[in-house]
Design a protein around this ligand. Structure first.
Ligand code: GLU
Length: 432
């Protein structure tokens, strides 16, 4: 059996984004699943638009994601190869040098045009089915500015041949390039690869994602916002492919096992950020307690790195970046310093200040007697007090509020056990 070779071929003309990762991932998965080879190819022949920093950028993304490639090529280093093919095509009359006017400057220059056989190209796409294109309208299209400066469709087709690429998996925006690439492939004697053009990605308004769309933000922003690479890959895998089962959470290994071209879908895939967050949280849950602590601590200011608040944080985040937000909003401050407590907010609903003060005193007295200041002990003491009242909130609310000073916070038992007995009593005293 022929060895399967896939490739992902980004152009370094901008910061690499999410849609690109999806194509890269499908190529990676398909190669790995079939014991094949996955090539990464930097398509940097457009000297004016290509930038080294963008190449470095996508390389950093691949590194972060752990998508390992077997070979790496840079088209700018392959000029001699393209030249050889250009000369061959010219020699065989399949391409020709044409002198033409450059519109802007009015002077004449040479370009290399492909001699279009003007035929119908039929090809089968694994996702889109049988497609047919009349290439006549492409006329004798330009494949190089000169022997040293080949253009995209040409270098793309030559490299797919030279590198033995068997499967081309990419986004639907490339369908229209395919007939010209097939014509070039035929002219250089390349076997035809198998094509699979993945669905376009839509935002929730069902509009195509554009460069200006927030959702198409540069890929490393996901790293900076504290998403797990395995979660982002899992999420993107499901944008345009489905496993055919109910399972939604996959490790990269599991994706390799279940991925297939047959389950790539034609219809547009919706990019749903809430789903990404949900998937990310599921992947966080799969991490070891040590890893979770290490990550959470990395995102916390040093003075907040207390193991006791880890469960609280974990419950409230879906990605590490949420921690930064919690810290910025002061949502964790009360664990480390006594809050400013607004008097009137201690009052529960229509209760009176006297009643509230009295309940806080009851709570204080009861807690003073608790020697082993654990969450369970605190809870059992406070709940038995509260259960004797007409309304439990008249005790539980002021205690919670006295400890946190916030409208929304963890329950008072958790907070008390974390800040400890002395601090708890002192905050209650102040509130009284
Ligand atoms: N260099 C092309 C791009 O970044 C990739 C074309 C392809 O995958 O065939 O759009």
């Amino acid at each position: 059996m022929e060895k399967i070779v896939t490739r992902f071929a980004p152009s370094p003309t901008g910061k690499f984004h999410v849609g690109g990762i999806r194509s890269a991932l499908y190529n990676y998965l398909y190669a790995k699943k079939n014991g094949g080879k996955f090539i990464l190819r930097c398509e940097d022949t457009d000297v004016t638009r290509s930038k080294k920093e963008y190449e470095d950028y996508f390389l950093a993304v691949f590194k972060w994601l752990g998508l390992n490639y077997d070979e790496y090529f840079r088209q700018s280093e392959r000029t001699e190869i393209y030249k050889k093919y250009l000369n061959k095509l010219i020699g065989e009359g399949k391409a020709y040098i044409s002198k033409e006017e450059i519109r802007k400057e009015g002077d004449r220059s040479e370009v290399i045009r492909f001699k279009n056989p003007n035929k119908i190209i039929n090809f089968h796409d694994e996702v889109l089915g049988d497609l047919s294109f009349d290439t006549t309208e492409s006329k004798d299209f330009i494949i190089a500015r000169d022997l040293e400066n080949p253009l995209f469709n040409f270098t793309n087709a030559v490299d797919d041949f030279e590198m033995g690429v068997t499967h081309i998996i990419r986004g639907q925006e490339h369908v229209s390039n395919t007939p010209r690439q097939i014509l070039i492939g035929e002219a250089i004697g390349a076997p035809r690869p198998i094509y699979a053009h993945g669905s376009i990605i839509l935002n929730e308004k069902r509009a195509k994602l554009s460069k200006r769309d927030l959702l198409v933000c540069p890929a490393l922003e996901y790293k900076d916002n504290g998403y797990l690479p395995e979660a982002l890959l899992n999420f993107l895998s499901l944008l345009g492919w489905n496993p055919g089962t109910e399972q939604e959470i996959f490790s990269l290994k599991e994706l390799i096992d279940v991925f297939s071209l047959e389950r790539m879908q034609k219809q547009g895939a919706i990019f749903n950020p809430e789903k990404l967050d949900w998937i990310n949280k599921e992947h966080i849950k799969k991490l070891s307690p040590e890893k979770i602590e290490k990550n959470i601590f990395e995102w916390l200011p040093e003075e907040y790195r207390n193991p006791k608040i880890i469960p609280i944080i974990l419950e409230r985040i879906s990605k590490w970046g949420d921690i930064k937000e919690m810290v910025a909003k002061g949502e964790l401050d009360f664990f480390f310093k006594a809050p400013v407590v607004l008097k009137e907010k201690l009052i529960y609903k229509n209760s009176s200040p006297e009643k509230i003060a009295n309940n806080l005193k009851l709570a204080t007295r009861a807690l003073e007697a608790v020697d082993n200041f654990t969450e369970e002990n605190i809870k059992s003491v406070l709940m038995s007090l509260a259960d004797n009242l007409d309304n439990r909130g008249e005790l539980l609310h002021p205690v919670r509020f006295a400890l946190s000073g916030l409208d929304k916070s963890p329950d008072p038992f958790t907070i008390a056990s974390i800040i400890g007995k002395n601090e708890t009593l002192s905050r209650l005293q102040k509130a009284i």
